[in-house]
Design a protein around this ligand. Structure first.
Ligand SMILES: [Zn+2]
Length: 447
């Protein structure tokens, strides 16, 4: 058991700040099925649980943060020096950079990339990452390599492989198979009553790289695995345009027709969806993963209908994994667009990543209460202004950042203590640099 003492509990939903309290959490395997959950909140818990390991005192304790859309395979692209042709639009960005990068990924590169990206997440107080993976030259088994990296670090996640037609029909079918294989692997872990850290979704690249047969196979996979599809839609104007010209219908209609829309659906970006498509997503309970920085970086525009979505979650889309930084960009870009939302609305989006975890894992996430998942961040935050329920979002937008992270626990296990990772971060970064050099070199030969 781990114990935080005399700390103010910082809740995001509903926003609340408590008086100084103690929080005790069961470690995995403890307490007859209660392992990994919050055991008790109150005063002087050290007396009630004398065997508990004292891991933090004072400051603030919040639920772990969730990154609801990421690509850990892109972690080794930072500062890339491989010559990349200038791109005049978003599709060229994919062709010149990302589709060359993902084809150069083999399993050692993937593993190094996942460990480096996952380590960065934990050190930013992010305890769960929803990942969307592509490695067309190494599809089979790739999700298990990712899963092993998540489990080694002790990071929670939902993984999928991005099915696409861009590497031919065999490549598409291999993508479907990898999603099905991995979902079955997760189901086997669940049935052996292990507390699992990693779940499966059904991955798909984007509307414009998926023909009718692929869409139908994805719909079948969603229903047979009882998972949700995780797909990019309408990131750029090209996607709905292609959908109308090639298929004569809206992107959401294509998913609806193959019965792929449900309460576990994750649609990334969605900048150019119509009001009718947003209404259908809301009706089906689909999540919209908003990635403010990525949209800005790719100059694809702004999601003017963001505030009309019922279930917005926040992701980084491969630009690191610092969710407090992402939160700030989401707020400021929205203010710049003169949209109707305030920081509190984005705090609700940040928290909503936990509802996504609940949809996939079951149980309770993002709540500081007994029985809820013990995914926790202890903050060294000493604010210069009062911090209370009504202004938590303001502190996140204008103050609190990942540099205030002190300790992080996932599933009741401490992963970072007093700013020091409890995994070998130096070895992870050194191996990542070696593999990044190899990745960049391999990319030179791919056009
Ligand atoms: Zn993405």
């Amino acid at each position: 058991m781990i114990l935080f003492e005399n700390t103010r509990l910082l809740s995001f939903n509903p926003p609340a700040v408590s008086e100084p309290l103690d929080l005790a959490a069961w470690e995995p395997g403890e307490a007859d099925g209660q392992g990994g959950r919050i055991a008790a909140i109150g005063k002087e818990l050290g007396k009630r649980f004398p065997q508990a390991t004292r891991v933090g005192y004072g400051g603030y304790l919040s639920p772990g943060l969730v990154c609801a859309h990421n690509h850990l395979y892109s972690a080794l692209a930072r500062g890339i020096t491989t010559p990349i042709e200038p791109s005049k639009d978003f599709v060229q960005v994919l062709q010149h950079l990302w589709w060359r990068l993902d084809r150069a990924i083999d399993l050692p590169i993937l593993r190094a990339s996942a460990l480096a990206g996952g380590a960065e997440a934990l050190c930013a107080g992010v305890t769960s990452v929803v990942d969307h993976h592509a490695s067309p030259s190494a599809i089979d088994g790739s999700l298990s390599v990712l899963k092993n990296a998540f489990e080694e670090l002790g990071l929670r996640g939902i993984l999928c492989y991005e099915t696409t037609d861009r590497n031919g029909r065999e490549g598409m079918k291999a993508g479907i198979s990898e999603n099905l294989r991995f979902a079955a692997e997760v189901d086997r872990s669940r049935s052996s009553s292990q507390a699992i850290l990693v779940e499966a979704a059904i991955g798909a690249h984007a509307g414009f790289t998926l023909g009718q047969e692929s869409m139908e196979l994805l719909g079948d996979a969603v229903r047979s695995t009882k998972r949700g599809i995780h797909i990019h839609l309408a990131e750029d104007r090209f996607d709905p345009t292609e959908s109308h010209s090639s298929h004569g219908k809206d992107l959401l209609t294509r998913l609806e027709e193959v019965r792929a829309l449900n309460e576990k659906t994750i649609i990334a970006h969605g900048l150019w969806l119509s009001p009718e498509e947003v209404a259908l997503m809301n009706e089906r309970g689909a999540y919209l993963a908003h990635n403010a920085r990525s949209n800005m970086n790719n100059a694809v525009g702004y999601n003017r209908l963001l505030h009309t979505h019922r279930k917005v979650v926040l992701g980084t889309d491969g630009i690191g994994c610092d969710m407090l930084e992402e939160f700030k960009f989401a707020v400021f870009r929205h203010r710049e667009s003169q949209g109707p939302w305030w920081p509190g609305d984005f705090l609700a989006c940040l928290d909503r990543g936990n509802r996504l975890l609940e949809a996939y894992f079951g149980g309770s996430f993002g709540r500081l209460q007994s029985g809820s998942a013990a995914d926790l961040v202890h903050w060294d935050y000493d604010p210069p202004t009062p911090l209370e329920a009504g202004n938590i979002a303001g502190h996140l937008a204008f103050g609190l950042s990942s540099r205030s992270m002190r300790s992080v626990a996932v599933n009741g296990q401490l992963k970072v203590k007093d700013k020091k990772p409890l995994f070998d971060s130096e070895a992870i970064e050194a191996e990542a640099r070696t593999q990044a050099a190899r990745l960049w070199k391999t990319m030179e030969g791919i056009k």
